[in-house]
Ligand binder design. Sequence first.
Ligand code: GUN
Ligand code: ZN
Length: 428
Amino acid sequence: MAQKTLLKGRVLSFTGSPFDGEPTEATRLDEAVVIEHGRIAEVGTADALKKAHPDAVTKDHGTRLIMAGFVDPHVHYPQTAMIASWGKRLIDWLNTYTFPEEMKFGDFDYATEIANRYLDLTTAHGTTTMCSFCTIHPESVDAFFTAAQQRGQRVVAGKTCMDRNAPEGLRDTAQTAYDQSAALLEKWHRVDRLSYAITPRFSPTSTPEQLEAMGALWAEHPHCLMQTHLSEQTDEIEWVRSLFPDARDYLDTYEKFGLLGQNGLYGHVIHLEDRERDRLREVDASLIHCPTSNTFIGSGLFDMNGLIHDGHRIGLATDTGGGSSFSMLRTMAAAYEIGQLRGRPLHPAQLLWLGTVGSARSLRMDDRIGNIAQGMEADLVVIDLASTPAIAQREAHAEDVWEAIFPTIMMGDDRAVAEVWIGGQQAA
Ligand code: GUN
Ligand code: ZN
């Protein structure tokens, strides 16, 4: 018989968006959750669940927080080994650190080593789903999906396509990008918990022919996600303008080739023009905020408040290794800090929502992951709200649960992650 588990603790879930009205009104706290067959069987009071599930193995987590595993909708797993590389802005950073490292991923064994290292690190930090760029090499995609499949993880990934402005050995062509992406999509999309994302890196590293080929592939598979970068740094925007003199703006370099759509994920989106904002909103595309990356590479301050106000769909991501952390807690802290710089502090409920439900919504997976509710997939994280002396002494005199949680958001790391469950199995 399948193992049934009852986890006791402070079970946090969301009943709506904490950006609509008073943030805490969109949250719910229960005493226990029952996991069975890889899914959430029930949520409720400890007594009621114990009575209803006398056969469940009980684990009592006391005052620890139990919530959905973190969802990270924009990462580059191949950049794991070169995270925290010093002193460059975007274009130089790519040429100096990123491309030489990505060159190694034609070797399936190396790609497998880094994929497993990346998934070990992110699991330890409580992240259970991510959407990753791979490299131009099909081996890098096979390695990542194989590693995630072995762990039963829900992940999204795609071959990063580039046919110009990248070094020899890191370029494909319009045709090979199409052919290899199509073959990988066929091989991996909707296998177990895996999904394929069509992945042109960004306009500067694709010819119009390649963008057109990617747009054609997406039109053939409109249910697939498409991920790319948009409007991250002002130098990059100038470069795009010179490479695509006929385009109305940066977004137009995607739009005119069929790469703007509802299932599109656009990373960074900092320096948007009004037309770009309007079009992204009209098609209900996903905007991915990568706060540690945006400060680390020196890109700028994402307009969370304005974009939320306008009704944009927003996810929160690490952007490993342009981002300087594997931790979604650290990423929430950076989002808070950027909110402060823009005059709008984010409530802890909003930060936790962005890193779970919000990011799952950005991946169009919020019916399956990112929250705790009956029938949803059992990807959970158990968080110790007093994981270090510094956090514990602040948490000790918190007056409510949000004041108890906030020090862990601001100062917590993998030490705060007491347990992780992936697909109903304990993973850490
Ligand atoms: N723009 C194009 N490629 C990348 C990348 O790998 N990281 C970041 N942060 N921005 C990019
Ligand atoms: Zn990126």
